[in-house]
Design a binder for this molecule. Structure first.
Ligand code: HEC
Length: 165
C-alpha cells in the first residue's frame, strides 16, 4: 500500500474518532440506504442515500488547490469530460454535464459521494471513482492500490466546486 503516511499525519485519530461516532449514531437507525465503506488504505466513510455527509478530513477543503487539481490532466482531469467556467483552459469536454452553477445545484455532501464513487450512484457511470481502491475495473497500472485523489484532495475539489454558483 503506497498511501503516504504524511497524508493523514496527526489528523487520523481525530477522524477515526469522528467516524466511530457516526457509526454509533447510525447503528440504531440503519436503513438499506446507508452503507459503510472501507477500502484498503483509505479513510472509511458512510454513504447515506446520495450523500457522504462527513468530510473525509479534519482540515477544510481549499478551493484554490481544488481548482488546480480540477484542471490538472494527471489528477482530476475533470475538463476531459466536463465544461467549467475556466475560460483560460482549452479543450473542455461534454461527456458529463456542464459544471457551471454546480455549487448551487448540489450540496457538499452530494458532491462528496459524486467524487468519491460516482458508480455508487450509477453503476454504469463513465465518471471515475476518485477515492476507491477496491472493486474497480480498468485501473491504470500506476493507480492499482491507490486512489486517484487523496482524501484532502477530494475535499479541496469539493471546496472549488462550491464556488461555482
Ligand atoms: C470520464 C469522464 C468524466 C470525468 C473524467 C469526470 N466526470 Fe464528472 N461526470 C461524468 C458523467 C458522465 C456525469 C453524469 C452522471 C454520470 O453518468 O455519472 C458526471 C457528473 C458529474 C457531476 C454531477 C453534475 C450534475 O450537474 O449532476 C459532478 C459534480 C462531477 N461530475 C464532477 C466531476 C469532477 C469534479 C471531476 C474531476 C475530479 C469529474 N467530474 C471527472 C463524467 C466524468
Amino acid at each position: 500500500m503506497t498511501v503516504t503516511p504524511h497524508t493523514f499525519g496527526l489528523r487520523r485519530p481525530m477522524i477515526a474518532c469522528a467516524t466511530a461516532l457516526v457509526g454509533l449514531t447510525l447503528a440504531g437507525t440503519a436503513s438499506a440506504e446507508m452503507a459503510r465503506v472501507q477500502d484498503p488504505g483509505l479513510q472509511p466513510y458512510t454513504i447515506n442515500g446520495a450523500e457522504i455527509s462527513e468530510p473525509l478530513t479534519a482540515e477544510p477543503g481549499d478551493a484554490k488547490r481544488g481548482k488546480a487539481l480540477f484542471i490538472n490532466r494527471k489528477m482530476g482531469n475533470c475538463l476531459t469530460c466536463h465544461t467549467a467556467p475556466i475560460p483560460e483552459e482549452d479543450f473542455h469536454g461534454n461527456v458529463g454535464p456542464d459544471l457551471a452553477g454546480v455549487g448551487s445545484r448540489m450540496t457538499a455532501a452530494e458532491l462528496r459521494l459524486r467524487l468519491v464513487d460516482a458508480k455508487a450512484l450509477l453503476p454504469e457511470s463513465l465518471m471515475p471513482s476518485f477515492y476507491r481502491t477496491a472493486g474497480l475495473r480498468q485501473v491504470k497500472k500506476d493507480f492499482v492500490g491507490k486512489p486517484i485523489l487523496k482524501a484532502q484532495e477530494i475535499e479541496d475539489v469539493i471546496a472549488y466546486l462550491q464556488t461555482l454558483k
